[in-house]
Write a protein that binds this ligand. Sequence first.
Ligand code: ATP
Length: 317
Amino acid sequence: MHSYSLIAPAKINLYLEIIGDRPDGYHELAMILQSISLADRIDVLSTNNDSIRVHCNHPQVPTDKSNLAYKAAELMARQFPEAFAKYGGLEISINKQIPVAAGLAGGSTNAAAVLVGIDLLWKLGLTQSELEELGATLGSDVPFCVSGGTAIATGRGEQLSPLPSLDNIYIVLAKYRSLEVSTAWAYKTYRQEFGNSYVRDTNDLVARANAVHSGEIVKAIFERDARKIAEKLHNDLERVVLPAYPQVLQLREIFANQEGVLGTMMSGSGPTVFALFESEQQAEQVKLHIREAISNEDLELFVARTITHGIQVASSV
Ligand code: ATP
């Protein structure tokens, strides 16, 4: 095979709790991550030269060495120099459908797809956990994006524990195209405002992270009860993002007042807001209502559903 075409799904956070500081400067987190059907398509192609090139159809996405897909390819070339020499360079095309800087792990899922694509292209035979380990060096969300589905993520977000998969919960996602929230800003501001309530003792940190496994939302996921899951949605970062971004707060309030909405929350560090539904029809209806209520062309709305997988091969040539 000379090329693989991969589907790279976005994620939403059903739960995000900030527990404390870590010695490495990151935050200790307890999250529940969920793959959704909104996805990018990534083509990874072997070329005859020794360079790595990235193309993307989205003007906001860099195509230089700062692109996470480029970094993933560079990592593989460094880790497997013999395979890189044997199979030659790489051409990576990103067909971007996931909104950028949106709290949906768009860059991370692209990196995960490149790891999976190169593993197949170079016939490396890496296991899922080896791919996840490589992914963790690129970003905290990359390991989850490799395997996807529904999972508890602790540590920086890279320690995964799979949960029973949820399919067919419908979602409406809303994001202002020109509104970006820096993940670094959101965490820094949270530390400034709420750092004095952080758990400090290392044993307590671990205990709090473990407590998520027996939390109400995890029980609801085991019961596959969409209503209960929606009642228990949580995101600590809303405490800093909603006051600073009135447009995000407005979306949260509008969703909360729509018929058929089981629950609504901001994803990750935002600014995407999502709402959960039992049926696709209800989701489509609320999407229409919001489009009518907010006559701003900058507002992007998507209907998606929960899915049970991460990176998937669409085709190979
Ligand atoms: P997360 O939920 O993991 O915090 P995000 O959805 O908030 O991620 P991304 O879409 O990954 O954010 O984009 C964050 C920044 O990363 C963008 O502003 C962009 O410049 C840069 N970036 C680098 N590579 C990519 C990529 N392949 N796709 C999207 N953005 C990328």
